[in-house]
Design a protein around this ligand. Sequence first.
Ligand code: ATP
Ligand code: MG
Length: 386
Amino acid sequence: MPDSRVSSSSPRPASAGAPSPATASSTEKPAVEFRNIDIAYGKFVAVRDFSLSIRKGSFVTLLGPSGCGKTTILRSIAGLVDISSGQIMIDGRRVDDVPIYKRNIGLVFQSYALFPHKTVFDNVAFGLKYRNVPKPEIARKVGQALDMVRLPGSEKKLPSQLSGGQQQRIALARAIVFQPQVLLLDEPLSALDANMREEMRVEIKKIQKETGITAIFVTHDQEEALSMSDRIVVMNAGAVEQIGAPEEVYETPATAFVADFLGKANMLAGTVSRSDGALAITLAAGQTIDVTSPRPLAPGSKVTVVVRPQKLSVGATASANRLSGRVVSTSYLGGSAIYEIDIGGETSIRANAPINGRIIREGELIEVGFDPGGCVLLDEGGQRIS
Ligand SMILES: Nc1ncnc2c1ncn2[C@@H]1O[C@H](COP(=O)(O)OP(=O)(O)OP(=O)(O)O)[C@@H](O)[C@H]1O
Ligand SMILES: [Mg+2]
């Protein structure tokens, strides 16, 4: 489980005097708070009634499809876009009217946005010179920041002499060197290749924990969000769908959108055929399955059964619910495989199962199974039944 606390062996949080989130009292002011903000570009409302409270020292990710308003929200914190209504508070202070240059915020973008003709030193020192920090202190702080991003001694290099990953580390050093109150990261890894992306995930998370800085990270990559965040804000079309810890949004999606966007869940349409403790649900494909429900539902109610591909066992299964079908595609992933199985009635389901002995090939008839508790139920409106 991702740990939202800073361990006691971690250095003091960078923001002066800020208590570690582990010891923070419940009355502590949030690092950043959005209160019912709307943001419009002309007549187009890009963000609608957005509220979010971010704990000091935590790592929060805005996750959602292209155009859902993630960058717009980051820009509003930095003061790069005006909000139409609501309030933004940083450390308990309203910042709606605070100009950009007075907000103490570090920014990292997808494109590294380094000054190409300046050395690494001058790039990283930029925010410090701007704040009139004395020269010896600038040299010391730049050195520390470069150590932190594991590029010590690179002061004299030019950005063009560095790889993409190294340039992004410099961008990160530049953003954290002046110990901002909040670090904003807008898809900082999307320009990197897959290996570098994974390495940088770990690296960014480590630096964030070590410095205790509050970070708001934007991505449309669900793996990135699940692996890095203390909390995830799933957004759709300018509005919040769900806010929760990674395992919470993954295991108990609040809406059909969240279930589908995070991990491509199986969504099986069905009708309640019996309700006596557990529910019996007759699927559109004809089979009847048993599921545990948080509350009784009247027979005849239309529901969607959401089952994660990892919750399905494949082949000889002891699970209570068994569905048989034909494998229409097999994707071998190394230790496991993803099977697409046609269970009839134009319904196919995806199972992600370990390879037990052999890979099941396309065209084979197999059984898939899952337990009554291994799913989430949505109502007709796509909201989780709780
Ligand atoms: N300057 C602008 N003028 C008008 N509309 C804009 C402007 N900037 C963004 N938008 C619109 O606002 C919506 C949200 O944009 P935003 O850039 O915040 O999305 P995003 O979630 O960051 O998307 P992506 O994942 O593609 O970066 C989009 O529909 C976009 O077209
Ligand atoms: Mg964006």
